[in-house]
Design a protein around this ligand. Structure first.
Ligand code: THU
Length: 137
């Protein structure tokens, strides 16, 4: 199978979005994480009556991929409601950064007008805190 393009990944994210559990915010989000082995891991936001227990679509996708032995990622597409220019939240940027030490993970989203845009995790989270910053005190 050929490498999926940005539009293909966004379609996967849109498909995952249909499974979102977002009864509190009513803001459904889907993610599609392209792994180095060519597989695509979907994720969606999963909210909870205890609000802070909710998880974003991006982190749900990362957790599922890691849980099935895949930890090298090439790109992630994120799809929210049409007309919204979505950007991953700060916590998701940090989590994505953990698995892209060189910062080259591509982050694909839609603009408010529906066109596709792509950037890198290093652009979204410059000077990220990472494993090498952890030194015993
Ligand atoms: N959300 C995501 O899943 N991903 C994003 O990139 C932005 C926000 C979720 C979290 C929460 O369930 C809902 O959208 C509203 O913030």
């Amino acid at each position: 199978m050929s490498t999926p393009g940005d539009t293909d990944l966004l379609a996967e994210a849109e498909a995952a979005r249909a499974f979102a559990h977002a009864p509190y915010s009513r803001f459904q989000v889907g993610a599609a994480l392209l792994c180095a082995d060519g597989t695509i891991q979907r994720g969606c936001n999963v909210e909870n009556a205890s609000y802070p227990a909710g998880i974003c679509a991006e982190r749900a996708a990362v957790a599922a991929a890691i849980s099935s032995g895949r930890r090298h990622f090439i790109a992630i597409a994120v799809a929210g409601p049409a007309g919204v220019a979505l950007g991953p939240c700060g916590i998701c940027r940090q989590v994505l950064s953990e698995f892209s030490p060189d910062g080259t993970l591509r982050v694909i989203t839609r603009t408010a007008s529906g066109t596709t845009q792509s950037t890198t995790i290093a652009t979204l989270l410059p000077a990220a805190f990472g494993p090498t910053d952890l030194k015993p005190g």
